[in-house]
Design a protein around this ligand. Structure first.
Ligand code: FES
Length: 141
């Protein structure tokens, strides 16, 4: 299996690993295909994601995609984070082997679950903004 240099870099030196104790939103999801688990924490100020961290019991591709996803949404408005797809994360990593594409879904779903939690805490129904949060077990590519 060939991984891109970017995937290897984000796997070996993952960005934003950890937890945020006073997070404004926390999302935890599991991958139906492999049983791996991902937890993501976000801090929001004035509609901007000021900090994001993740922890995973997952494979190298899950670590790399989550690392890249957190880098892509950190410092961005929530609306932009909501538009981030696993496809965009894979592109930013210069691709993933086909058998590992499903791993990238974990990062996208954890991020959306954290955003949904944030909206819930604000008293807003996340379904109105994010839509269906049920995790697909296949990726969109
Ligand atoms: Fe489970 Fe990659 S094999 S997330």
């Amino acid at each position: 299996m060939i991984y891109s240099e970017k995937v290897m870099d984000h796997f070996a030196n993952p960005r934003n690993v950890g937890e945020i104790p006073d997070a404004d939103g926390v999302g935890e999801v599991g991958n139906a295909k492999c049983g791996d688990i991902m937890k993501m924490y976000i801090k929001v100020n004035d509609g901007i994601i000021t900090d994001v961290k993740f922890k995973t019991f997952g494979c190298g591709a899950a670590v790399a995609t989550s690392s890249m996803a957190t880098e892509l949404i950190k410092g961005k408005p929530i609306e932009e984070a909501l538009k981030l797809t696993n496809k965009a994360v894979i592109e930013a990593l210069d691709g993933l082997p086909a058998v590992k594409l499903h791993c990238s879904v974990l990062a996208e779903q954890a991020m959306k679950a954290a955003l949904a939690d944030y909206y819930r805490r604000q008293g807003v129904d996340p379904a109105l903004i994010i839509g269906d949060l049920s995790a697909p077990d296949t990726c969109e590519i």
